[in-house]
Design a protein around this ligand. Structure first.
Ligand SMILES: Nc1ncnc2c1ncn2[C@@H]1O[C@H](COP(=O)(O)OP(=O)(O)O)[C@@H](O)[C@H]1O
Ligand SMILES: Cc1cn([C@H]2C[C@H](O)[C@@H](COP(=O)(O)O)O2)c(=O)[nH]c1=O
Length: 216
């Protein structure tokens, strides 16, 4: 039975790497995959991993009918044995419904990869729909870690080195950016709630303790 599987996690936990591994293992056995992505850091029509691997993909533009795309490809004689979707959080909810239709009506496995929540800890619309529709939700086994050593569960956005909780939901970017740029950092919930990034924690540790004031 074909499945819609949502592989979810924070930024930088290995989702794109796993997508490329699934693609590699299946294509090594002669299967033909169709890869969709949206707004990858490497540019339009690319699926890239921080381990340095990159492959071509179909850019899933806003409003594009993903089910229609698969059907059109197959009716032109193209072969599709499975579908991989990276950065699935950026897809519209209706595009996730189209992926579910690919599973149900075309009997193809669809493997979707994405972050669940944004920098404000709110669900992305695409991820919300995947949680609603997926046959299976898989959490990545390699855990990203907060600076404190706990498992990172949330994504923080930084602007000029400071954590922010307001702004556009979608700003393509990366972790480990210079403090001057817009960047991201993965944190545990406790430190996300306290808005305490690695730089903030270090600055706090370096500042001299305030001596208690005693009245004479
Ligand atoms: N220099 C490196 N050596 C080994 N592993 C690395 C290196 N750089 C990144 N990684 C691994 O790659 C992971 C990020 O992979 P990637 O697929 O790009 O993540 P995601 O798609 O979830 O954002 C990191 O969590 C880490 O395990
Ligand atoms: C938290 C958050 C992230 N993004 C962007 C930043 C990256 O371009 C992608 C995530 O890619 P990754 O391969 O999982 O690292 O999402 C965003 O636009 N808004 C956010 O709140």
């Amino acid at each position: 039975m074909s499945e819609l599987v949502f592989f979810s996690g924070t930024m930088d936990c290995g989702k794109s790497t796993l997508a490329l591994q699934i693609e590699h293992n299946r294509s090594a056995r002669g299967l033909q995959g169709l890869i969709f992505t949206r707004d990858d850091r490497a540019g339009e029509g690319k699926l890239s991993s921080r381990l340095g691997l990159v492959t071509d993909a179909v850019e899933a533009m806003p409003g594009m009918d993903l089910y229609g795309h698969v059907v059109a490809l197959m009716s032109r004689g193209g072969r599709v044995d499975y579908v991989i979707v990276d950065e699935a959080q950026f897809l519209g909810p209706e595009q996730i419904d189209q992926l579910a239709r690919v599973v149900d009506d075309l009997d193809l496995d669809v493997f979707a990869f994405g972050i669940t929540t944004d920098f404000r800890t709110k669900l992305f619309p695409g991820s919300q729909r995947l949680i609603e529709l997926a046959d299976r939700i898989e959490t990545l086994q390699v855990e990203a870690m907060c600076w404190c050593g706990a498992r990172a569960t949330h994504n923080a956005r930084t602007v000029g080195g400071e954590m922010v909780v307001e702004g556009e939901q979608v700003v393509v970017g990366d972790v480990n950016r210079p403090a001057t740029a817009i960047g991201y950092e993965v944190l545990c919930r406790r430190h996300h709630r306290r808005r305490m990034t690695a730089a903030g924690a270090q600055a706090g540790a370096l500042s001299p303790d305030v001596l208690p004031v005693t009245s004479g």
